[in-house]
Design a protein around this ligand. Structure first.
Ligand SMILES: Nc1ncnc2c1ncn2[C@@H]1O[C@H](COP(=O)(O)OP(=O)(O)O)[C@@H](O)[C@H]1O
Ligand SMILES: [Mg+2]
Length: 251
């Protein structure tokens, strides 16, 4: 929104589930137009940070602002793609329906879909190469295709901020290219993008800045500074080896 160069401002955020703290005193300024990766081991609180920006989890302490406003007032400025496995894929809607939902914020409930909305939906489907699947039920798609449909919905929203929770996890090469292209496009349009990411290898390629998280922020800055081997072994502990084995298994 006008004025603010900080898209997302998190200050002293502490979140717990059933009295167990999962985020402790997290502070982050995410500048407008930056593409930021959040890295950290399983259970580090990465998804919880993203959900906090959406206002989906109760805070014990701290504040989260979107363009200088409390999240409750700014949710319309943010598009969110949840981590896979958190979506009910049996819900009987088509690919086009899902993407069209991204346009609901642009019209009143009594207005029907306009040509402009339809164009935007088509354009978004094209951007993730899912046009030919427009009439398919979402439950009948592969995981990577489902991921792309949700990306298209986020694109159709035309919001200033995109929050993507592990978009690259377990996707095929075509989907990986589509998502990388989407990140590049978002960067060109000066959007702010926050991506939970599990792959240390590609982090420097995709992100201007990375956050190294494990309940608290260990580092936040340009990938070259943050992805320091000593720091990584501190954050991942013994788990880093396990991470690289898992990568080998996949290859
Ligand atoms: N709704 C919930 N209720 C209880 N515990 C949760 C809930 N969501 C997440 N957790 C726990 O909080 C911690 C952080 O979760 P999450 O933010 O999903 O981590 P990450 O995305 O980094 O893997 C984990 O230990 C997880 O098991
Ligand atoms: Mg997660």
């Amino acid at each position: 929104m006008p004025g603010s160069n900080i898209a997302i401002k998190i200050e002293h955020l502490t979140v717990s589930y059933q009295a167990k703290a999962v985020l402790v005193d997290v502070s982050l300024d995410i500048p407008r137009g930056s593409v930021v990766g959040i890295l950290g081991p399983n259970g580090a609180g990465k998804s919880t940070i993203i959900k906090s920006v959406m206002g989906f989890v109760p805070r014990d302490f701290g504040t989260v602002e979107v363009f200088g406003q409390p999240v409750a007032h700014a949710r319309g400025l943010v598009a969110y793609v949840p981590q896979r496995g958190q979506i009910d894929w049996t819900f009987p809607v088509t690919v086009r329906d899902v993407v069209t939902m991204g346009r609901y914020g642009h019209r009143r409930w009594y207005q029907s879909i306009r040509a402009e909305d339809r164009d935007k939906v088509n354009h978004s489907l094209e951007a993730v190469r899912m046009t030919e699947f427009s009439d398919r039920q979402i439950g009948q798609l592969s995981g990577g295709q489902q991921q792309r449909v949700f990306m298209a919905r986020a694109l159709a929203q035309e919001s200033d901020i995109l929050l993507l929770d592990e978009p690259f996890a377990g996707v095929d090469a075509a989907t990986e290219r589509a998502i990388a292209g989407l990140l590049a496009g978002a960067r060109e349009e000066n959007k702010t993008v926050v991506v939970v990411h599990h792959d240390l290898e590609t982090a420097a390629e995709f992100f201007d800045r990375v956050v190294l998280l494990n309940r608290r922020v260990y580092a936040y800055g340009p990938p070259r500074e943050v992805l320091d081997p000593d720091l990584l072994s501190e954050v991942y502990g013994g788990k880093l080896r396990a991470v690289s084995w898992a990568e080998e298994d996949k290859a």
